[in-house]
Design a protein around this ligand. Structure first.
Ligand SMILES: [Fe+2]
Ligand SMILES: [Fe+2]
Length: 172
């Protein structure tokens, strides 16, 4: 069992990860509408990863013998000014998620909750990758803003494949 405060923080993080998935689905929808199926696929994979993050935390709550308290998932924005704005928003959102994960890690340290601290290490590493991949996409989009270049990036981004995160292998 984890401390009540920790259960609340972990439960809220499950909701935040599902919101991330929802946000990226909304961005995928915008990109599909702009006839950029490759970049939309990149965003769909991003959304799948976020649902997995939610499940990993949900599984951990269950493994701790606790009951997750799932909150409401708010509606994501449905329109964006440009592809650049989509990726700016993605980078900002990932930074917020990193801060949220770090805050839970700090709570784990304060509570001397070594199990949760260790559990969160995968997420801390994952966020470094998430910030890096979204920043790379943003830099590429900014550099290739004209239509022809975006078309080329669309082909490359469409090659992204979904891989089940290691903590979920054999668990869903
Ligand atoms: Fe995530
Ligand atoms: Fe993420």
């Amino acid at each position: 069992m984890v401390d009540k405060k920790m259960l609340k923080a972990l439960s809220e993080q499950v909701t935040k990860e599902f919101y991330s998935a929802y946000l990226y689905m909304s961005m995928a929808s915008y990109l599909e509408d702009k006839v950029l199926p490759g970049i939309a696929k990149w965003m769909r994979v991003q959304a799948q990863e976020e649902s997995c993050h939610a499940l990993i935390i949900f599984n951990y709550i269950c493994e701790q013998g606790c009951k997750a308290e799932l909150g409401a998932i708010k509606a994501p924005p449905s329109d964006f000014k440009s592809v650049t704005e989509v990726f700016k928003h993605t980078v900002e959102h990932e930074k917020l998620v990193t801060a949220s994960i770090h805050a839970i890690a700090e709570l784990a340290i304060a509570l001397k909750d070594h199990a949760t601290k260790q559990f969160l290490e995968w997420f801390i590493k994952e966020q470094v990758e998430e910030e890096n991949s979204s920043e790379t996409m943003l830099r590429q989009v900014v550099r290739l803003e004209d239509e022809k270049a975006l078309f080329l990036l669309d082909k490359e981004a469409g090659a992204r494949l979904f891989a089940l995160p290691l903590p979920l292998v054999g668990k869903i």
